[in-house]
Design a protein around this ligand. Structure first.
Ligand code: GAP
Length: 440
């Protein structure tokens, strides 16, 4: 499906930000106090869409793959975790950040130009990206801790407990969806670079000699998953990192290449034995894996897939946004979010053709009541039917159901499909099955 090139990229971003606020997807955080840079709230439609997205990811990880279980770890951990993970040491140098690509460089390593993209640099600053917090109630006795800078660390901390309480054998995975916090030097570009955001991570534990095989496997699995949910899968690609994070031996990003801001959506990282070896060293615990069949003991190696839920959310909206002419309406234009129906906040909307005809309203309300327990459903009886269709198109509702005067006689309703705008008459008592089938 070709994406209409009606708008330039920064216009598109502005349109998405405005649509998100106007229709209740995303609100700027603390707005009545003038906002707080890098923080956002998800509104009534946004939280539905985000939950749909997270549910898809979770089910795909834990049900469509063998040997993967989930956890939900704490946001605050013992502060030693961040010493062991390398985050304390690696984020306290004087750094400059490129304002364009957001890569950071040690101030000592750099002259005037950013080696990656030629963007302007911030002044050198000594900073730590971890967000500190304090625990305890007595002022003089407070202890310092950090909000987690990456969600994955709790997976390493729980790896032994997971092994002890399940029947998992290597290779196996532990997955998690959860918040991470970073004192970004340059938060911005809406959801793209926030200070509080959500990550979906898989940590795949395998034998060291099988790293290459599993790295390639997860690279292609994750790309296939993203391709299955984007409106224009041709807008997804890989980027291989040359500059690597302190823990990574090899790293690829899955990118949304049509992005008007940064492109990175998910990192596939070869973490090797870095994390478990460091936590074994710093905690003094034995974190090796004992293979009962062969009698071997070794530190498992890790392939990580770590994606940004908020970035995927933003890219899906950018990818689905479309302005087009409605041939049925003499060239009037409509805005439509051609979201994958599984992700769309509402699956159906139900309308009476006219709001002042009680017999139509009653029949439509009964249909709405019977559908809303099975599907996320919207009700609308304001304005004319054309405006109601457009209001649903703009938030990506795949099906609209209208009760008209014929419905009272033939017990059928008009079902209008979002993208094709095709209308079909469907028996009321077959409606739920019809929608279920279309959604799948
Ligand atoms: N555990 C590895 C890790 O955290 P990362 O590349 O720093 O790796 C993974 O982060 C993903 O988290 C990124 O690909 C991006 O989608 C998302 N992410 C990172 N920083 C973010 C921020 N400030 N705002 C929104 N999402 C962010």
């Amino acid at each position: 499906m070709a994406k209409p090139k009606a708008e330039n990229k920064s216009d598109l971003m502005e349109k998405i930000v405005s649509l998100c606020k106007r229709r209740g997807f995303v609100f700027p955080g603390s707005e009545i106090y003038g906002g707080l840079q890098g923080f956002y709230d998800f509104g009534p439609l946004g939280v539905e869409m985000k939950n749909n997205l997270k549910r898809l990811w979770w089910d795909w990880m834990t049900r469509e793959h063998d040997n993967i279980v989930g956890i939900d770890g704490a946001i605050i951990t013992n502060p030693k975790v961040w010493e062991a993970s390398g985050h304390l040491k690696n984020f306290v140098d004087p750094l400059v950040e490129c304002k364009k690509c957001h890569h950071r460089f040690k101030a000592d390593d750099i002259n005037a130009e950013c080696p990656d993209c030629g963007g302007n640099l911030t002044e050198p600053k000594v900073f730590n990206i971890l967000v500190p917090t304090q625990l305890g109630v007595i002022e003089e006795e407070k202890t310092s801790a950090y909000l987690r800078g990456e969600a994955c660390q709790t997976i390493y901390l729980d790896y032994k407990s997971v092994l002890d309480t399940t029947r998992l054998k290597i290779p196996f995975g532990i997955c998690q969806i959860g918040k991470a916090f970073r004192n970004e030097v340059t938060p911005g570009n809406f959801l793209f670079r926030q200070r509080e955001f959500e990550q979906w991570d898989l940590q795949w534990f395998c034998r060291p000699e099988e790293m290459e095989k599993w790295f390639e496997y997860w690279k292609s699995e994750r790309m296939a998953w993203y391709k299955s949910i984007f409106t224009h899968p041709e807008n997804l690609g890989f980027y291989q990192h040359e500059k690597l994070a302190h823990y990574a031996k090899k790293a690829f990003d899955i990118e949304y290449t049509a992005s008007p801001v940064g492109k990175e959506m998910e990192g596939i990282h070869w973490r090797g034995d870095w994390d478990l070896s460091r936590h074994a060293e710093f905690s003094g615990q034995d974190l090796s894996y004992a293979d009962l069949e062969t009698g071997e003991k070794f530190i498992p190696n890790i392939v990580e897939t770590s994606g940004g839920v908020d970035r995927a959310f933003l890219f899906l909206l950018l990818d689905a946004y479309c302005e087009e002419k409605d041939p049925a309406k003499d060239g009037a234009s409509r805005v439509v979010l051609k979201l994958n129906p599984k992700i769309a906040p509402y699956k159906i909307a139900v309308f009476p053709l006219l709001a002042n005809k009680p017999e139509l309203v009653k029949m439509a309300k009964d249909i709405y009541d019977s559908l809303k327990t099975q599907f996320m459903a919207a009700w609308d009886d304001r304005g004319n039917i054309g405006k109601r269709y457009y209001a649903q198109d703009e938030i990506g509702t795949p099906f609209c159901v209208t009760v008209d005067f014929d419905s009272l006689e033939d017990k059928k309703v008009t079902v209008r499909e979002r993208d094709s705008m095709k209308q079909e008459r469907v028996e009321i008592n077959e409606l739920a099955e019809y929608i279920k089938k279309q959604l799948n």
